[in-house]
Design a protein around this ligand. Structure first.
Ligand SMILES: Nc1ncnc2c1ncn2[C@@H]1O[C@H](COP(=O)(O)OP(=O)(O)OP(=O)(O)O)[C@@H](O)[C@H]1O
Length: 258
């Protein structure tokens, strides 16, 4: 842990014409911290995640990112090429639908190795070795390395997407409903795996989910969104065990208690 946030977000806002995407978003994310953004469908979670990861241009506010060299940079004014480099190296983005984050037409090994090549690794044997190592870390058998994602189950595809993202040792990972659309038993295994990796690698994570059980298991802190704004935030246990806002109370009461 360092004593400075990895991300400082102030007054971030995004509208789509007359419709509000998100507004008045301010928070700090600390190294090694997992922040869950929760809320119902349409509350602005995905808009916020896409603005933070610069996949979408915000209308206002600032996002300051702590670079590896310690310098602090405003992402809105960072040149496109530099942002793209960050996305390939320092950041990961795990999509709900693995097909959005994988190259479906190439092998599992190539999906992982490609990210290494993008940061300049050219040694075939080493790339394949690292890809094998990562497949095993996400519990994909070594003999599947030459199979394409199309031959994988939904859970395997999602694990492959995670390996592809983590192989470059990113510092910040964005996740958009990473367990959405999977069977409950597959979700449980994936969550367990993600929790271990996040902890072992000391990743900073912003995870969007409408599933409070996912937030409970993975996150240190929760931001609750409603109608594009953050209406409550705090440590995960506090928010889930002692929600202050009526809307959060409603969300919490609607999930079965473990
Ligand atoms: N491309 C777009 N054009 C117009 N309006 C949009 C667009 N994307 C999102 N919105 C609107 O912005 C608001 C926030 O949507 P957003 O997708 O961020 O919510 P969400 O909480 O991620 O929902 P979900 O869980 O269903 O993905 C909604 O009112 C939505 O209709």
């Amino acid at each position: 842990m360092t004593d400075a946030p990895i991300l400082e977000v102030r007054d971030l806002a995004k509208t789509y014409g007359a419709r509000l995407g998100c507004a008045d978003i301010s928070f700090d994310l600390w190294p090694g911290e997992v922040l869950a953004v929760v809320g119902e469908s349409g509350s602005g979670k995905t808009t916020l995640l896409n603005c933070l990861s610069t996949r979408l241009a915000a209308d206002g506010g600032s996002i300051v990112y702590a670079m590896r060299d310690g310098s602090r940079r405003d992402l809105a004014t960072m040149p496109e090429a530099e942002r793209r480099f960050l996305m390939r190296t320092d950041w990961g983005f795990v999509h709900q639908n693995p097909a959005d984050g994988l190259r479906m037409g190439v092998s599992a090994g190539a999906n992982v190795g490609e990210r290494l090549m993008a940061i300049g690794d050219r040694h075939y044997g080493r790339i394949r070795g690292t890809a094998l190592d990562w497949l095993s870390r996400v519990e994909i058998a070594a003999d599947r390395i030459d199979d394409g994602p199309r031959a994988f189950s939904g859970g395997m595809r999602q694990r492959l997407q995670i390996a592809r993202n983590l192989v470059t040792a990113p510092r910040l990972v964005f996740m958009d409903e990473p367990t959405g659309g999977l069977d409950v038993s597959v979700q449980a295994r994936l969550l367990d795996l993600m929790r271990g990796l996040v902890r072992d690698l000391g990743l900073s994570v912003i995870i969007v989910t409408h599933d409070l059980a996912v937030a409970r298991l993975l996150s240190h802190r929760i931001m609750v969104m409603k109608d594009g704004r953050v209406i409550e935030e705090g440590l995960t246990d506090r928010v889930l065990d002692d929600p202050r806002q009526p809307y959060t109370q409603l969300l919490v009461s609607s999930i079965p208690q473990a």
